[in-house]
Design a protein around this ligand. Structure first.
Ligand code: MG
Length: 203
């Protein structure tokens, strides 16, 4: 199982990090041991001075697929949820500056929080879903999937040109504006269309 994470998929977030707007999806991977399961604590790593939350809609791949056409991409996932793509921002900046890969900033143990999944069938339109993050009870991130630069189906089509998608793979679809650092004892609660899908503390 692997995590495929889309970067730079919401215009306002691209602006806040002062990145260029991509013409094709940008993605990177996290490996299986990056997972933090729902409602388990996130352990702040000691190698970073700034670990940021990035709240993202996630989808779970439900069958094997390679070179999936966009018009069939909707058949490759049935469940949709919410997760956090934790990012060691200081290390990521250094990696970008030095032209190095991002793994130490993105793929460290525990960096992929996976919340509860909901059946896609309960929503009319997966490209019109509201989600938000509460940090210690205060709303710090808010987004809607309609603002994605690349839709879920476009992401599945694009990624599967390069690598086979397998049952159980999880796609992080990018974060909206409002990312920020976490500290020990912070509490993070994520909501998709008003339903709470994760609730955990930073330790
Ligand atoms: Mg992200």
């Amino acid at each position: 199982m692997k995590f495929i994470c889309i970067g730079r998929n919401y215009a306002a977030h691209i602006a806040e990090l002062q990145h260029a707007v991509p013409t094709e999806p940008v993605f990177f991977l996290k490996q299986e041991n990056a997972i933090t399961r729902r409602n388990r604590p996130f352990f702040l790593p000691d190698f970073s001075q700034q670990v940021d939350y990035e709240t993202e809609i996630i989808v779970k791949i439900n069958r094997l697929g390679k070179c999936i056409q966009e018009k069939f991409a909707h058949l490759y996932y049935e469940e949709i949820g919410l997760g956090v793509d934790f990012t060691a921002r200081d290390l990521q900046r250094r990696c970008i500056q030095e032209g190095n890969p991002w793994e130490i900033a993105k793929a460290f143990d525990g960096s992929a929080v996976v919340g509860k999944f909901l059946p896609k069938s309960q929503f009319q339109d997966v490209q019109n879903l509201n989600f938000h993050l509460l940090l210690n009870g205060e709303k710090v991130q808010e987004g809607n999937s309609r603002d994605m630069l690349f839709t879920i189906d476009q992401i599945i089509a694009y990624v599967s040109r390069f690598m086979t998608l397998k049952t159980g793979d999880i796609i992080f679809t990018g974060t909206p504006v409002g990312v920020g650092p976490v500290h020990i004892n912070d509490r993070l609660q994520g909501f998709l269309e008003g339903e709470k899908l994760f609730d955990f503390k930073v330790k």
